[in-house]
Design a protein around this ligand. Structure first.
Ligand code: SF4
Ligand code: SF4
Length: 134
């Protein structure tokens, strides 16, 4: 059974915004932790995908200061394993969208040293720029 959570208007607004952007209902998350236990990127994250879900449920905009949604590789392992049929990858994408719409990129092209750029696989750079920059 999913317990009802009472949120303040400000928090409700943030949860609703992420729902609209993602098409997912974070409130359905039962905090089972399957997404966290399945995520191949967990070691690179600062909070687990299930903690990210919890913060979105609670309407905590502080989740935007974490890097988990940037690090998410959109591999959809969590998506296929979630017992509640939620897609945490889409929630992560929605959180990225909020930041990108504020013109806050995760990767700054001008901060990559030319020598460093030469060593990076071009396909990885293109993928990163498409996902993590506005
Ligand atoms: S797997 Fe689904 S229900 Fe479980 S914590 Fe993750 S998002 Fe919530
Ligand atoms: S889609 Fe993102 S959060 Fe989900 S398992 Fe893959 S890397 Fe982890």
């Amino acid at each position: 059974m999913v317990r009802k959570i009472k949120l303040q208007a400000k928090n409700r607004e943030f949860t609703r915004k992420i729902s609209e952007l993602s098409g997912e209902v974070a409130m359905l998350c039962e905090q089972c932790g399957t997404c966290a236990g399945s995520c191949p990127m967990l070691a690179e994250m600062d909070i687990t995908p299930s903690q990210m879900m919890r913060l979105v449920q609670l309407g905590q905009e502080a989740v935007l200061e974490n890097k988990t949604f940037w690090v998410c590789a959109s591999c959809y392992t969590c998506t296929v394993r979630c017992p509640r049929g939620i897609d945490p990858a889409k929630i992560a994408e929605a959180l990225r969208q909020v930041k990108l719409r504020q013109a806050i990129d995760y990767i700054r092209i001008d901060e990559i040293e030319p020598e460093e750029a030469k060593k990076l696989p071009a396909i990885a750079l293109v993928a990163a720029f498409r996902k993590m920059t506005g």
